[in-house]
Design a protein around this ligand. Structure first.
Ligand code: HEC
Length: 134
């Protein structure tokens, strides 16, 4: 019985994953324009209006596959770079910790925070970035 329940859920998850990639990309694009384009630029080439105000170089996000992934899109790396909560750095970073911000903004009226919403928004961003690799 338990096995049946599990496989039903797995099939549902696969189905959702397959049908929502296009929708994910579009919401990722919108999210990107709101949250990231200021620094990384609308074209994602690292040329946003705020980039010149930072004291470190703002990376070109259309080159992640080439620069970071050895020709393949570095899915996990990108995920953790955006989330930021699990990255331990020796020095402070200019890159905001989106995991915390998205967590705070998705706190429900009853005061619970929903990690699934946070992950969904970050995942949409990752799919969008994957779709614009050069
Ligand atoms: C305040 C400016 C700023 C904003 C806003 C910003 N970033 Fe960044 N981002 C940076 C800088 C600067 C770096 C350089 C690396 C560092 O800080 O360690 C970076 C690095 C990255 C990297 C790693 C790139 C590489 O080549 O290693 C990714 C991926 C990334 N940002 C994605 C995003 C996404 C997606 C958003 C929006 C949710 C975003 N960034 C918002 C400034 C910003």
């Amino acid at each position: 019985m338990e096995r049946l329940v599990f496989s039903g859920a797995a099939i549902a998850a696969l189905f959702l994953a397959a049908t929502s990639v296009v929708a994910q990309e579009e919401s990722g694009r919108q999210e990107y324009m709101i949250a990231c384009a200021g620094c990384h630029g609308e074209s994602a080439r690292g040329d946003g209006p705020l980039a010149s105000l930072l004291n470190i170089h703002t990376p070109n996000l259309t080159m992640l596959s080439e620069n970071v992934g050895n020709g393949e899109f570095p899915f996990e790396y990108t995920l953790w770079m955006i989330d930021g909560r699990r990255i331990i750095r020796a020095h402070g970073s200019e890159m905001p910790v989106w995991g915390d911000r998205y967590q705070a903004s998705s706190t429900s009226e009853r005061g619970e925070s929903d990690d699934m919403i946070v992950r969904g928004r970050i995942l949409s961003l990752v799919y969008y970035l994957e779709s614009i690799q050069e």
